[in-house]
Design a protein around this ligand. Structure first.
Ligand code: TRP
Length: 458
């Protein structure tokens, strides 16, 4: 087994690192999930708690992961193994890296399917399907999409092939170049939709919903959900930020770039909220619709607007782009691993990862289409998990992500020699101290709280 660095790739500039990490961070989590969980958890107070988690826990853990990647300079598992050796601690700490890679892969296996929904909606929108559609029509449309394994398979395959091509083309000409072009495009589309939404919908209602805290509506579950979301949205504990860290040049400030990534991700989530809620309120729809908010609620509003097909096409193009750039990042961690372990070329590594991903993704596709083999009926920590998709989603998002975050915080906060983390962060004593308090105390306590809640203790 080799432990050489997978590549000698380096980001061309701090800016391109921030863009690539933002591409990974901004995705379905910002545009699909953030608005609906804000909607379900009462708005402003939830947003406030979420912001605290992002900057006090998420961003410090992000710094921890980038630091591990840069010092380890290899794919996540091997990187952490090197660091454990360097700090003379037991090699089983490498699990921190492996677990992240595994979680990232599992997430991508269903993420690619939901990205496929978005692509399918974009095509439907362009064909004029949403013109004049009513509630019954849209729920039938959504139902027939998710139950059609051939439709899901087609769009999921397109997404996966797209990521394989981008990542396979190479680090600079594939990955770096495509995100530098796609992320600005994504942000421009998002802003266009937000401006349009503000004009056509009820902007004031949206602003007061998002920013006026009503602490009465915040529940204990809401707080824990905000914490889980802060990990998911920053793409933590999924191997990605470690491998992206491995490409960060020595002179780059990890502290500054990580703060920018946190800001960019947050801005994207808030703008997504400002793009969606004015429409929801302006058209008398319900903010607390849940996961169907974007795929089932929003199209009803689109159908009532002028230029239905154009607006809907732009919206789902934007959503597909957001999901696609995140999927690229997720596959990069496995590709770097296959390169590392088997000394494979980038193309081979990309194809092998893509194909494996496609196979695992079938579990999600057939869970939605209701195939018998995908029905498992597991119960984990009292949580009913009827299908393979439910199991993968629950285990990866609610167990592996927080666990990976906990390990990364403990590993960099307590296990690695202080000298090494100081060297990597290379910052003022005060900033280092603040970071340490976050990864040593705040993050572990908060994450353990999630687990206690999952186990039903709080
Ligand atoms: N951050 C992504 C989003 O908000 C989701 C995600 C979680 C992710 N882990 C990842 C994306 C790893 C890329 C890589 O949608």
């Amino acid at each position: 087994m080799t432990t050489k660095a997978p590549t000698n790739n380096r980001w061309s500039s701090n800016f391109s690192f921030v863009i690539a990490a933002t591409a990974a961070a901004v995705g379905l989590g910002n545009i699909w999930k953030f608005p609906y969980i804000v909607g379900q958890n009462g708005g402003g107070a939830f947003v406030l708690v979420y912001l605290l988690f992002i900057f006090l826990i998420g961003v410090p853990v992000l710094m921890a992961e980038v630091l591990m990647g840069r010092r380890g300079r290899a794919s996540p598992g091997y990187a952490v193994r090197k660091l454990a050796k360097e700090s003379q601690v037991h090699s089983s700490w490498q699990i921190t890296g492996w677990l992240g890679m595994f979680a990232g892969f599992m997430i991508l296996s269903f993420y690619a399917v939901i990205a496929g929904w978005s692509l399918s909606y974009m095509v439907k929108a362009a064909r004029g399907t949403f013109v004049g559609i009513n509630e019954a029509g849209i729920s039938k449309l959504f139902g027939s999409m998710v139950s059609s394994s051939s439709e899901l398979m087609l769009y999921t395959t397109l997404i996966i092939v797209g990521t394989v091509v981008v990542v396979g083309k190479g680090f600079k000409s594939g990955l770096e170049r495509s995100v530098t072009f796609l992320v600005p495009l994504l942000l421009v589309l998002l802003i266009i939709i937000a401006i349009y939404a503000a004009k056509i919908g009820d902007f004031d209602a949206a602003v007061s919903f998002l920013f006026k805290p009503d602490f009465g509506s915040l529940t204990k579950q809401g707080i824990l959900l905000a914490l889980g979301q802060s990990f998911f949205t920053l793409s933590l504990a999924s191997g990605v930020m470690i491998i992206y860290g491995a490409y960060v040049p020595k002179e780059t400030s990890i502290i500054t770039t990580s703060i920018w990534i946190g800001i960019a991700d947050t801005v994207a989530a808030v703008v997504a909220g400002l793009a969606i809620f004015p429409i929801v309120f302006g058209y008398g729809l319900q903010p607390a619709e849940g996961p169907g908010l974007i795929f089932q609620t929003l199209p009803i509003a689109f159908s009532a607007m002028p230029a239905t097909s154009l607006v809907a096409t732009i919206f789902f193009l934007m959503l597909s782009l957001a999901a696609f750039t995140s999927a690229i990042a997720m596959i990069e961690a496995s590709v770097a691993f296959v390169e590392d372990k088997f000394n494979a070329t980038r193309w081979t590594a990309a194809i092998v990862s893509g194909f494996t991903l496609w196979l695992v993704g079938l579990g999600t596709i057939y869970s939605f289409s209701g195939a018998n083999w995908a029905k498992i009926d597991w119960v984990i920590f009292g949580e009913q998990l009827p299908t393979i998709f439910d199991a993968i989603n629950h285990i990866a998002s609610n167990i592996l992500l927080p666990l990976g975050g906990l390990l990364a915080a403990i590993f960099t906060g307590w296990v690695m020699k202080k000298k090494f983390t100081q060297e990597e962060l290379n910052t003022s004593p005060l900033a280092y101290f603040v970071w340490q308090v976050c990864v040593r105390y705040l993050a572990p306590v908060a994450i353990i709280a999630i687990f206690l809640q999952l186990l039903g203790f709080i």
